[in-house]
Design a protein around this ligand. Structure first.
Ligand code: CDP
Length: 197
């Protein structure tokens, strides 16, 4: 069975948690596509060459999760040739036999517009910054400023800007505990699977 769950949304909205939970529940493969962009910027040098030469081992670095790596990733992610170099791998991952969950910014709009389920996970900038701050510490006002800066860059770029696909189900987690968001996402996937049986 070929079945793709596309999960898009801004930083720290809960995409990662929801994606991992849905993948585990249904036995689907999971790809955190943000890690690809983080790894490209962490490699240094020319970002287009880095994207074309990206290898699985590049995703194993332990410095990819920092706030700074996220900011740097959103800069290389605005380069069309970088996105193009990473698109084929993501498309193949999405449409291989067995079911796949991909989380990112442009999965439902550009990488896999034919996805069987499209979710757009969002929350207010304040709530997202607070969650990120609980993970990384430091100055909360600074974390909020960085979240807003990254939102503006991701939503404002010309190539594959962050937006909900017209047929995505929007889940706003501003006032929703994570297990409730996971339950809603799982229900939507379950219904889509049933409709195919
Ligand atoms: O985990 P978090 O939401 O903070 O970030 P991420 O998903 O790891 O993505 C880091 C950056 O990579 C984002 O700010 C985007 O600029 C970029 N990205 C993208 O352009 N397209 C994707 N499919 C995934 C990430």
């Amino acid at each position: 069975m070929i079945f793709t769950v596309a999960i898009d949304g801004p930083a720290a909205a809960g995409k990662g948690t929801i994606s991992r939970a849905v993948a585990a529940q249904f036995g689907f493969r999971h790809l955190d596509t943000g890690l690809l962009y983080r790894a490209v910027s962490a490699k240094g040098g020319d970002p287009v060459d880095a994207a074309r030469g990206l290898r699985p081992a590049d995703l194993d670095r332990d410095d990819l999760r920092s706030l700074a790596a996220g900011q740097a990733a959103s800069r290389v992610a605005a380069i069309p040739a970088v996105r193009e170099a990473l698109a084929g791998f993501q498309r193949r991952f999405a449409r291989e036999e067995g079911g796949a969950v991909l989380d990112g910014r442009d999965i439902g709009t550009v990488i896999c517009p034919e996805a069987e389920v499209k979710l757009y996970i969002t929350a207010s900038a304040e709530v997202r910054a607070h969650r990120r701050w609980l993970e990384v510490g430091g100055d909360e006002a600074q974390v909020l400023a960085e979240v807003r800066e990254r939102d503006a860059r991701d939503m404002g770029r010309d190539t594959s800007p962050l937006r909900a696909a017209a047929d995505a189900v929007v889940i706003d987690t501003s006032e929703m505990p994570v297990d409730e968001a996971v339950r809603r996402a799982s229900d939507i996937v379950e219904r889509a699977l049933e409709a195919r049986r």
